[in-house]
Design a protein. Structure first.
Length: 449
């Protein structure tokens, strides 16, 4: 049996890949009372904060969210079964030892350093949480960045270093090429190319700064016995601006998975390792609900290879229509479903002859939006670009969307009206002309006048 030490405080985070007790969700919520407590903290707009108890084989263990109805469940699978993994349709609520950080890298990437740089430059303060004494990347600085300053403070000694990525040598820091401390914070006593650098340390503090432009890529690393540290940083514009934000890395470059596994990323620091032999090639879809008969672009979370195919069916062993897929990681393919219902994703790899059910991946196909939900609006005339209160006459359901367009067949509603009967909403309409109110029911993909 393997045991792990649970964090003293549960910082809830929503996980969409991997399995409870796995690498991405090592600390699942353990009881229904804690599930009720953390769900209200982690999630907004819940239909019912207190979770429903389940004993299901086809749902994740522990606390999980079903986005299609905004409800939370606590699942205890039967003793002789194995729970399924987390997905977009069954989102696990797990405990983290540190407050969650917003995903700022692309879904096909992972966050490789504590701070991710913006091309226009930036500054700020950040509390970071650490486990173990191994060096962590704080900032990845590309060639061309100017005027960098970073200071770290913690309740234990800190080892702050500046490493030349290309040469693989430590430029500044204890035990490095330049280990001498500068006299004060305005003293830049180290030269490197056209730039000058500052290095200083104190009781539980260290600072490294660069004045001028860096002509090589470098990385700032931190090692400390402290479980947390405060980082104060600033940096100038990046010239040239790299295509991928410094601090992000391609998912395919993640090296911590075993040779028999492939990384699964979502743009955050959390990376899952999925077996290459697993039938779960696709771990989720977005959106998970579409309108019957409407061709809708759906993103498949996973890597689609040339020659792969998919089928939506009630059972994967039954015959059905096979769809050719767009190749790539997280690529979108357009589907049009002829009838309503819940459909499993059945996936066939190019080197396989069978369609295999993707665990937990379901597509909900709903009826077309009614054309009679909203029967009138008031006022009928507004000024473009001015926020205006407009009465929607009708019964709006939570999750419905609206837009104002000349042709609803080309509209993609994104404005979220207030739910309820005959409610007053504030909209800013930027387009002039005679426009229709285009309406989309919650979970749909159409737009009707």
């Amino acid at each position: 049996i393997t045991t792990t030490q649970r964090p003293g405080r549960c910082y809830p985070e929503v996980v969409r890949l991997g399995k409870p007790f796995g690498d991405v969700c090592p600390y699942p919520v353990q009881n229904i009372q804690q599930c009720a407590s953390v769900a209200g903290t982690a999630l907004e707009d819940l239909q019912d904060v207190f979770p429903s108890l389940q004993h299901a084989e086809d749902r994740p263990f522990g606390c999980w969210l079903q986005p299609s109805n905004s409800r939370v469940y606590f699942n205890i699978p039967p003793a002789d079964s194995d729970s399924v993994g987390c997905s977009d349709l069954s989102q696990c609520i797990c405990c983290s030892a540190a407050p969650p950080v917003e995903s700022i890298c692309m879904p096909s990437q992972y966050q490789a350093s504590q701070l991710v740089l913006a091309c226009e430059g930036g500054s700020g303060d950040r509390q970071i949480f650490l486990e173990g004494k191994q060096p962590r990347r704080l900032m990845i600085l590309p060639a061309g960045v100017v005027d960098v300053r970073l200071q770290v403070s913690a309740d234990a000694p800190v080892d702050l270093r500046l490493v030349d990525d290309a040469a693989g040598t430590c430029l500044v820091g204890d035990g490095c090429k330049n280990a001498d401390r500068c006299m004060n914070e305005t003293h830049y006593c180290i030269s490197h190319g056209d730039a000058t650098m500052h290095f200083s340390t104190g009781a539980g503090t260290a600072a490294i700064a660069v004045r001028g432009k860096l002509h090589v890529g470098v990385t700032l690393t931190l090692a400390t016995a402290s479980r947390s540290a405060t980082v104060t940083y600033s940096y100038g514009p990046l010239d040239p601006c790299p295509q991928m934000s410094p601090g992000c890395a391609l998912c395919s470059s993640y090296a911590a998975c075993r040779p028999t596994e492939m990384p699964q990323c979502n743009g955050s620091t959390s990376v899952g390792c999925l077996s290459k032999q697993s039938s779960a090639v696709i771990t989720g879809i977005e959106p998970a609900s579409i309108t019957v008969g409407v061709r809708t672009s759906v993103a498949l979370e996973g890597t689609v290879r040339r020659g792969d195919a998919a089928m939506w069916a009630k059972a994967c062993g039954a015959p059905g229509h096979s769809w050719n897929l767009t190749v790539g990681f997280g690529a979108r393919t357009s589907f049009a479903m002829p009838s309503t219902g819940n459909y499993k994703l059945c996936y066939k790899a190019s080197d396989s002859s069978e369609f295999v059910e993707q665990v937990g991946v379901m597509l909900n196909v709903i009826e077309a939006t009614s054309t009679k939900t909203v029967t009138g609006i008031n006022p009928y005339v507004v000024t473009a670009g001015v926020a205006t209160s407009i009465l929607l006459q009708g019964d709006v359901t939570k999750g419905d969307l609206v837009d104002f367009a000349a042709d609803c067949s080309e509209a993609s509603p994104s404005l979220r009206p207030i739910a309820g009967l005959d409610r007053l909403n504030t909209f800013t309409i930027m387009t002039t002309g005679v426009l229709q109110l285009c309406y989309r029911a919650a979970g749909g993909s159409d737009a009707v006048a």
